[in-house]
Design a protein around this ligand. Structure first.
Ligand code: PMP
Length: 365
């Protein structure tokens, strides 16, 4: 018997986010790290798991984790909010500051979950646009936020799926002008040469009075990519303590398990390993980009752990299917507005990248 209870009507508009979980030997479709966390982390985590008082709720304020992150960034624990992946951080931001009658600005094409979570929380989405190279024109951005008067403006730097980091000049223009929060999603931040974290502090409006940029700027990060911990589901934001307090009110009680908190605290002890992984992936990204430049594809500069490309002589879907026949799974964006004909490959291990490049040579024929 089927239950005749319809799901919320606006769910229909939200289809199309999930990447299909097709089985393949080489999985380069969700921008995870191809490397596991260090062995030392695993051993320490197992010891920590044994120490957790499983019958007790976890620390609701994730104090130890937030203090460890605060030390990592050289800021106060009150400026940090942690949740189950950066997606939950984004959801808490929208629950706390968005909602019916409120607007949020995104610049498409970008990470689909920004608009998706807006809709889930009944926050109206106002879409600005990116140019053919996925850059945002500062005058356009200023006009869009000026008209929309959003409570939240989302940037994604580096932008998923196009790969480029937003130039600091754009961030400086926006941080002084957005009326609400400027949320910079830096899920891939450590792969890029620039970070919005450097803009924390006081900023000058163009030709106008100084404003306290700290209240406006929120930087969101994750342990899913650079920290090799996608399975743990841990993300956080750096922002004004009032933003943190708002998110804490929106989050469910005890939402972040003791195991997740412990995993994060321990990960931060392996910073050098993380930086070595990031450097290797960045050099592999440049190698893959260089190889793509010799093939019949259009590519865009990437500051992240993935590369967007557009096959020029065969339909993208056919190329995606041909890669899958070689057991190489990448992400098909070819029917997404603004990304017509585009595919995205995540950077894997050197051997996986070789498999991808060899399969692509064949798939493009
Ligand atoms: N932001 C961006 C830009 C992403 O690409 C992703 C992962 N696809 C996330 C946030 C969410 O990551 P997580 O919830 O695993 O932290």
């Amino acid at each position: 018997m089927s239950a005749a209870i319809p799901v919320r009507s606006n769910f229909e508009a939200m289809e199309g986010y999930h990447s299909p979980q097709v089985s393949a030997e080489v999985r380069l479709n969700t921008n995870e790290s191809p490397f596991p966390p260090p062995e030392g982390w695993r051993e320490a985590f197992e010891r920590e798991v044994a120490r957790v008082e499983a019958n007790r709720y976890p620390d609701r304020h994730a104090r130890v984790l937030r203090e460890a992150l605060a030390e990592f960034h050289g800021i106060d624990a009150e400026e940090i909010f942690c949740a189950n992946g950066s997606n939950e951080v984004l959801q808490c931001l929208l629950l706390a500051f968005g909602g019916p009658g409120k607007r949020a600005v995104v610049f498409e094409p970008t990470y689909a979950l920004h608009a998706h979570i807006c809709r889930l929380t009944h926050t109206e989405v106002v879409s600005g646009r990116r140019d053919a190279n996925f850059g945002i024109d500062p005058d356009h951005a200023t006009a869009v936020v000026g008209e929309a008067e959003p409570v939240l403006t989302f940037l994604c730097s580096p932008n998923n799926p196009s790969g480029g980091a937003e130039p600091p000049s754009l961030l400086r223009v926006l941080v002084g002008q957005v009326p609400g929060l400027l949320v910079v999603d830096e899920a891939y931040g450590q792969f890029a040469p620039v970070s919005a974290l450097s803009l924390r502090g006081t900023h000058a409006r163009d030709g106008g009075p100084e404003v306290d940029g700290q209240a406006a700027l929120v930087v969101v990060r994750t342990f899913s990519k650079t920290w090799s911990m996608a399975a743990a589901r841990l993300g956080y934001l750096v922002g004004h303590p009032e933003v943190v307090a708002g998110c804490e009110q929106a989050a469910l009680p005890y939402h972040l398990s003791a195991y997740t908190q412990a995993a994060g605290v321990l990960a931060l002890r392996y910073r050098a390993d993380m930086e070595a992984r990031v450097a290797l992936i960045a050099s592999e990204r440049d190698r893959v980009t260089g190889a793509l430049a010799t093939m019949a594809v259009q590519t865009w500069h990437s500051d992240a752990n993935f590369v967007l490309f557009r096959p020029l002589e065969r339909p993208a879907r056919k190329v995606w299917e041909a890669l899958l026949e070689h057991s190489v799974l990448i992400r098909d964006f070819s029917t997404r507005p603004g990304l017509e004909g585009c595919l995205r490959v995540s950077i894997g291990t050197p051997a996986e990248n070789d498999r991808f490049l060899a399969a692509l040579e064949v798939a493009l024929r």
